[in-house]
Design a protein around this ligand. Structure first.
Ligand SMILES: *[C@@H]1O[C@H](CO)[C@@H](O)[C@H](O)[C@H]1NC(C)=O
Ligand SMILES: *[C@@H]1O[C@H](CO)[C@@H](O)[C@H](O)[C@H]1NC(C)=O
Length: 383
């Protein structure tokens, strides 16, 4: 009798929902390690293979069950941790930077990154999503060992690069509640400043006044560094790449944005991304075959569009990763070769019109490793 009252019903529903939210982390199956730790030691491709052959079709229209489970678990645990104050406790230790390497070939610059990470391991974590079809060699340096997450094939001109970035964010969220920033990088990216310089830019020292200090303590307000542009000439055709009206009603043209693929996201935005499904459902639709070769770069649109819709005041609207589009060929930016690598180039690439200098740059050809290493201490990491 009583349960037929809509009021009681909704109260019951609310109570059970609350219970579910509180208990979910404990009820969920024992967390599989987000990192395929030991298995990844010798062969980065092994954990990916373990994901199952049935799920290697790429993204396309459907969402694969294992990805969905990963995103759900990351979103749930992040929310529960925030609610229970676990995040605050982790934040009582120093916040960390998660370096997310998205690659489909060897991590040639691993020795340079190794020098960059040296002495700072308490303040950072490394995660690698390596396309399992690419059979890359494991970097000879120790920092990347056991840091490969379960990966799937990535291709240009579809949403698989977005899916891979989401997998990296989810794995890093689950792995360490102290991860406060998430920097997406590729195998062609190099650092332009030392790690301490990056760290003090991301987490500026507390201001002197106590009101300002209280604001500073609230890491939830840290900005995300992602380019957000509008009115670029290629946008109408990019917007229409899935057919007229395909993005509606979730993404009207006026809300559609473009930005560079490589970003540094604050934790609350990483959670937002792995929890988000409405826009993701739109952006993972395949492009029309006749435009796919030229107009299909969903990874340059999904993140800026989503963040500009969800938290326009919380994004810096520029990226910390410099890229040179002058003379780009077939959608690829200029790739620097060894002969171009000079201290002068590093100065030029660091320069920015924004609050922070550029901290990373792309794209660098593998032969740049030797000249970059040669000037690591005297130029790159000398701040
Ligand atoms: C950008 O690339 C072009 C070649 O495409 C090159 O001439 C130019 O010097 C590069 N700019 C910088 C800042 O490196
Ligand atoms: C800074 O702004 C000027 C003027 O708009 C532009 O020419 C220059 O390329 C910008 N520099 C960088 C590093 O973006």
């Amino acid at each position: 009798m009583a349960t037929s009252s809509p009021m009681v019903l909704s109260l019951l529903l609310l109570a059970s929902l609350t219970a579910l939210l509180v208990l979910a982390p404990r009820l969920s199956p024992p967390p599989q390690p987000a990192l395929a730790a030991a298995a990844g030691e010798d062969a980065p491709t092994r954990p990916a293979a373990a994901v199952g052959a049935a799920s290697s079709k790429g993204t396309g229209a459907g969402e694969e069950a294992d990805d969905l489970r990963l995103f759900r678990r990351a979103a749930l645990e992040a929310t529960a941790a925030a609610a229970s104050g676990k995040e605050a406790k982790a934040a009582a230790g120093p916040p960390k930077v998660a370096f997310l390497f998205l690659t489909n070939s060897d991590l040639t610059f691993a020795p340079l990154w190794e020098r960059y990470f040296a002495g700072n391991s308490a303040l950072l974590n490394i995660y690698v999503h390596a396309d399992p079809t690419s059979h890359l060699r494991l970097p000879a340096t120790p920092s990347f060992r056991g840091r490969f997450i379960a990966a799937k094939p990535t291709r240009r001109a579809d949403a698989s690069l977005i899916a891979a970035a989401r997998r990296l964010l989810a794995a890093a969220l689950l792995d360490d509640p102290a991860n406060a920033y998430f920097a997406l990088l590729s195998q062609h990216c190099v650092p332009l400043h030392s790690f301490p310089r990056l760290y003090s830019s991301l987490f500026p020292p507390p201001p002197t006044s106590s009101a300002a200090a209280a604001r500073h303590d609230d890491h939830r307000r840290l900005p995300s560094y992602i380019e957000v542009l509008t009115g670029e000439p290629q946008m109408p055709s990019r917007y229409a790449a899935r057919g007229d009206g395909a993005m509606l009603p979730e993404v009207p043209y006026e809300r559609f944005r473009i930005g560079s693929q490589f970003f540094t996201l604050a934790r609350r935005h990483a959670v937002l991304v792995v929890r988000e499904r409405r826009l993701w459902r739109k952006f993972r639709q395949p492009c029309l075959p006749e435009v796919a070769a030229h107009e299909c770069y969903p990874e340059e649109h999904y993140f800026p569009t989503l963040l500009d819709m969800a938290d326009p005041a919380g994004v810096a609207r520029y990226t910390l990763t410099r890229v040179n589009w002058t003379g780009s060929v077939a959608g690829h930016p200029h790739t620097y070769g060894a002969a171009e690598v000079t201290p002068g180039l590093v100065d030029e690439l660091r320069a920015s019109n924004h609050t922070h200098p550029h901290m990373f740059a792309r794209k660098f050809a593998p032969d740049c490793l030797a000249p970059l290493l040669a000037m690591a201490d005297t130029v790159l990491f000398k701040d």
